[in-house]
Design a protein around this ligand. Structure first.
Ligand code: P6P
Length: 333
């Protein structure tokens, strides 16, 4: 199937009964939104859209102009897809029902329209993360309709705006990677059936937080840093882009483990990363690629969300390494 367009891939998935017509429409509209967002990101300073928007999001974080632009692009593109009943975003405090003038569909779309936006002004790769849930209710979706465990996701994925723009997605049958052919605006299947190597010698964590981590994570990272002469008997490499999309894409591409663990700075908020539109979609991708995703104590995809913008500790990537980290937590107990 390598070399086929996203449209043809989704048509084949529909013929195989793995997506229905509405989900196909929705994923096509998400792809169009990422092309438009990527075009804005690629223009950088020339678009006059770098820097702060002068507003704060629901997280209390200063919004970048591109955060707001990307959010609007997602809303406008997906609202008319005919597949969506409501949307939720890192940039919006409450659920966004599809306008009455728009055709309503059976799905709920959640997204972080521009993840890693603090990297925008220094020209480092950023991305868009999305998650799709089924809406089983009638009438206007409420926040409670979005509070589904990650395992219930019907589709999930991300776009990464790097040297090339890629769309990586799953509809529950493996992980497929598409590269944007800028000359045609089409996404082309370049990385079919992505799998994460089960073992790794590379970890990603913001090491400046070490003194705030819980003991099992301090112990785990200390052992990695001890290298060949330490308990692991191997040397490890560290990477930290500070764009989850970029770090996860590297892990899907060559293996590794990503940690944004609980720390004393973010404990009161439940963690750093958001469950519904960061941890859950990335965890589904990683599991579908043969990896594992945990809070350090339980699988992320099994968690019953309590709030729309709930945060959570995240450990995901190469299966054996994630299991090792879980063991450090179990032994600490
Ligand atoms: P820190 C970006 O703001 C983000 O939400 C993730 O994309 C990224 O992994 C993390 O935060 C970076 O956090 O504390 O290293 O800036």
């Amino acid at each position: 199937m390598a070399g086929v367009s996203l449209s043809r891939f989704l048509s084949a998935e529909q013929q195989a009964g793995r997506v229905d017509a509405q989900l196909r429409l929705l994923l096509e509209s998400v792809a169009r939104a990422t092309v438009a967002i990527g075009a804005q990101v690629a223009r950088g300073a020339l678009a006059g859209v770098l820097g702060e928007a002068g507003s704060q999001n629901v997280q209390g974080e200063a919004q970048k102009k591109l955060d707001v632009i990307a959010n609007d692009i997602f809303l406008q593109t997906s609202e008319w897809s005919g597949a969506v009943a409501a949307m939720a975003s890192e940039e919006m405090e409450t659920v966004h029902p599809v306008a009455s003038a728009c055709p309503h569909g059976d799905y709920l779309l959640l997204f972080d329209p521009l993840d890693g936006s603090s990297n925008i002004d220094v020209n480092v790769s950023v991305g868009t993360i999305f998650s799709v849930l089924k809406y089983a209710g009638n009438g206007q979706p409420q926040e409670a309709d979005f509070l589904q465990p990650g395992r219930a996701q019907r589709a999930a994925g991300y776009a990464i705006y790097g040297p090339s723009t890629m769309l990586v997605l799953t509809v529950g049958h493996g992980v497929q990677g598409f590269t944007l052919a800028r000359e045609t605006g089409e996404f082309v299947l370049t990385h079919p059936d992505i799998t994460v190597p089960p073992t790794t010698r590379e970890f990603a964590i913001n090491a400046s937080n070490e003194r705030f981590w819980e003991a099992p994570v301090q112990h785990y990272v200390r052992d990695l840093r001890a290298g060949k002469t330490g308990p692991r008997g191997e040397d490890f490499n560290m990477r930290w882009v500070a764009s989850m999309v970029a770090d996860v894409h590297r892990i899907l591409s060559r293996g590794g483990v990503f940690l944004y663990p609980m720390d004393e700075k973010c404990r009161a908020r439940g963690g750093k990363l958001r469950l519904l539109y960061e941890a859950n979609p990335m965890s589904l991708l990683i599991e579908q690629a043969g990896g594992a995703a945990s809070t350090g104590r339980e699988p992320i995809l099994d968690i019953q969300p309590q709030r729309l913008h709930q945060r959570i500790p995240v450990v995901l990537g190469s299966r054996d390494e994630v299991h090792t980290i879980v063991r450090y937590h179990e032994e600490a107990n």
